[in-house]
Design a protein around this ligand. Structure first.
Ligand code: NI
Length: 163
């Protein structure tokens, strides 16, 4: 396995939409396992492929009993009930924001062996899936802020931009 470089804000790759994986090949499996290792080494609880510069719909999540790879993950159901909680992102070191997410979601995906899996999660795992699947669509957690939150964050975000 290998540890991959995590792309940080404002790297433009973070706003790109990831493409569906057509076939779960050995190469895709290896990429998923490398992402797992990269997430663990960086003490993250989730990581999306665009964060390592690969525009494929692959995420890894480290919450449900064991770290796992999810290929072409989709939210098939979302609770109407929402919850506000603290969120971080490996592409924004040191930044934690209060973000509103659905409390409960149902997920369908393939695992690293190409097997179809579905699960229902709530609370923090539900938050992580929503955050990571957003990444696959080029949506960052700062895009989920309210107008006033965004305004307050402007100065702070400048610290992440190259001078
Ligand atoms: Ni993130």
């Amino acid at each position: 396995m290998a540890i991959l470089e995590i792309k940080k804000y404002p790297n433009p790759v973070l706003w790109k939409r990831c493409q569906e994986v057509q076939e779960v090949t050995e190469e895709i499996k290896k990429l998923g396992l490398d992402m797992l290792e990269t997430m663990i080494v960086n003490q993250g609880i989730g990581l999306a492929a665009s964060q390592i510069g690969v525009l494929k719909r692959i995420i890894v999540v480290n919450l449900i009993q064991k770290p796992q790879v999810f290929i072409n993950p989709e939210i098939t159901k979302k609770s109407r009930e929402t919850i506000i909680g603290d969120e971080g992102c490996l592409s924004f070191p040191g930044l934690f924001l209060k973000i509103k997410r659905a409390k409960e979601v149902e997920i369908e995906a393939l695992n690293e062996n190409g097997k179809k899996i579905s699960l229902k999660v709530e609370g923090l795992p539900a938050r992580v899936f929503q955050h990571e699947i957003d990444h696959l669509d080029g949506i960052l957690f700062i895009n989920r802020l309210s107008f006033w939150q965004k305004l307050k964050l402007r100065g702070k975000l400048k610290e992440y931009e190259p001078r």
